[in-house]
Ligand binder design. Structure first.
Ligand SMILES: NC(=O)c1ccc[n+]([C@@H]2O[C@H](COP(=O)([O-])OP(=O)(O)OC[C@H]3O[C@@H](n4cnc5c(N)ncnc54)[C@H](O)[C@@H]3O)[C@@H](O)[C@H]2O)c1
Length: 266
């Protein structure tokens, strides 16, 4: 027996498809932009980080958009139609988890709550609200919402982030059933810990990367490309019978009943 077996991988053809990715300038969103661009999709990156947009590969169309603003979200959808002829995929990815959000709710500053609701929940809603009419007219489209393992099980001091991520999963189910007979699929992806600036900031807050990696049954945190690969599959026709549901891309973390560290000695 040859112990070194071929690993296998899939290459997607996205030529001619128009894909909007919110928060595409960094982390998971950036990997999703890159993966779609490599498969020849027309990618529109909607983000607030104009400085980082300069580092996007040639061919990716950047539109400044604060997803907390309904007007900005509408502008992105209109831009996609006017400049690229339609919208095939919307990836709702932009979200924030500021340091000030790590607090039990009685100590949580109210502006942090309002800001996270505006970006992490309303942002997904505004983008979908203005993209769905285009998809209804086309009678086709896929929406992928980035949720989180913390949508399903929680930790201390994420009383804003976790419940809003759970709401992102319910947005997925709600929109998925609403539009299933109109050619539109809606799915969410719940990553475990993925190596991005957002998680590096969290690690500083909670202390130590090794413990977090060890908490995942696969013994490591994930890479952004591993989440992007799931998003590309879910957006493809290979996932044509998958809608109104969530996929955990988490190295097995969701197999545990709680977010607690099962490998801890104490
Ligand atoms: N990194 C992880 O381990 C992890 C785990 C679970 C879920 N997620 C989810 O994945 C998604 C991406 O996370 P990440 O770690 O790549 O984050 P990140 O902080 O690396 O990137 C977020 C991007 O969103 C942009 N953004 C922030 N506010 C915005 C706004 N108002 N309008 C438009 N763009 C805005 C930022 O400029 C940045 O480019 C988020 O929804 C996050 O909750 C991440």
């Amino acid at each position: 027996m040859n112990p070194k077996r071929p690993s296998g991988s899939v290459r997607y053809e996205n030529q001619g498809r128009v894909v909007i990715v919110t928060g595409g300038c960094s982390g998971i969103g950036r990997a999703i932009c890159d993966a779609f661009a490599q498969s020849e999709a027309m990618v529109i990156c909607a983000d607030v980080d104009d400085a980082s947009a300069a580092d996007l590969p040639d061919g990716i169309d950047y539109v400044h958009c604060d997803v907390a603003s309904e007007a900005d979200c509408k502008t992105v959808a209109t831009h996609a139609v006017n400049h690229h002829g339609g919208i095939d995929v919307l990836v709702n990815n932009a979200a924030i988890q500021p340091k000030s959000s790590y607090a039990p709710i009685h100590q949580l500053d109210s502006d942090t709550w309002r800001q996270m609701l505006a970006v992490n929940l309303s942002g997904y809603h505004w983008m979908a609200k203005h993209v769905v009419p285009v998809m209804l007219q086309q009678r086709s489209g896929v929406i992928v919402n980035l949720a989180s393992g913390q949508a399903h099980r929680t930790a201390r001091e994420v009383g804003t982030y976790g419940p809003i991520k759970a709401a992102n999963v319910m947005q997925t189910r709600q929109w998925g059933i609403e539009y299933a007979r109109h050619g539109i699929r809606v799915v969410s992806v719940s990553p475990g810990a993925i190596d991005t600036p957002l998680v590096r900031a969290t690690l500083q807050q909670q202390g130590g990367g090794d413990a977090l990696a060890n908490r995942h049954p696969l013994g490591r945190i994930g890479q952004t490309a591993e989440v992007a690969a799931a998003v590309l599959w879910l957006s493809s026709n290979d996932a044509s019978f998958v809608t109104a549901t969530d996929l955990e891309v988490d190295g097995g973390l969701g197999g545990f009943g709680a977010f607690a560290d099962p490998y801890s000695q104490d």
